[in-house]
Design a binder for this molecule. Structure first.
Ligand SMILES: [Mg+2]
Length: 222
């Protein structure tokens, strides 16, 4: 895979599920479109008997392709955190690219973000092949355990200050490879345990204000 140079010297990597969306959209899709299948997979994930990559595949590949457009409509109705557009304006003014890295699916990210999708620099996510009777999961960036290996995606952008935004345990690797981390919920608790420094955040207005301060006063201890 080819690497990319970023002129502004900074780039933002943002998780989708639970970070841009206020709720776990993939989990809601599982519960709604593959009822009864999420709970046993979740238990195996928690017990370390299954990888995220295997678990997501096991559930998604039971859903008929005919329901794909219904899934996209469902995801499009899930609320997103306040201020995303204002945050994108802030980044645009500074030529800082905004990259979504999702362990979920590109079609769902695009369905939810609608016209805001055009303002993203890139989306790295898995895809769904709808050509067969059941959905088929396809990912260009999978690793042994992850459906989308976030740290490998970040490595495509060398020699740039990497800013990571996330909420969950699947963002831990992303945070470990970033120069600046914004974390909430489970990710913040895991980073506390791991001793990795981060900024807490609530919504994208808050992120904009915190990042503005950090960029404007890099030595400030806030
Ligand atoms: Mg998340």
């Amino acid at each position: 895979m080819t690497t990319e140079t970023i002129a502004s010297g900074r780039i933002v990597f943002c998780d989708f599920d639970g970070t841009i969306t206020a709720r776990e959209s993939l989990e809601l899709v599982f519960k709604t479109f593959a009822p009864g299948r999420w709970e046993p997979v979740r238990d195996k994930l928690m017990a370390g008997q299954l990888t995220v990559r295997e678990g997501v595949r096991q559930i998604m590949e039971t859903i008929p392709s005919a329901r794909y457009s219904e899934i996209c409509e469902f995801v499009a109705a899930i609320p997103i955190r306040r201020g995303l557009e204002a945050f994108l304006d802030f980044l645009d003014e500074r030529n800082i690219p905004f990259v979504v890295i999702s362990g979920g699916f590109r079609g769902m990210v695009e369905a939810r973000l609608g016209t805001l999708t055009e303002r993203l620099h890139r989306i790295f996510a898995a895809d769904l092949d709808t050509s067969g009777p059941l959905l088929k999961v396809v990912s260009d960036y999978e690793s042994d355990a992850e459906l989308v290996a976030k740290a490998e995606v970040m490595a495509l952008f060398p020699q740039v200050q990497k800013i990571a935004i996330g909420d969950g345990i699947t963002d831990l690797n992303m945070a470990a490879h970033a120069d600046m981390v914004f974390a909430r919920d489970m990710l913040a608790r895991f980073l506390d345990q791991s001793g990795i420094a981060y900024q807490p955040w609530t919504d994208f207005f808050d992120l904009r204000d915190r990042l503005n301060t950090l960029i404007s006063y890099p030595s400030a201890n806030i």
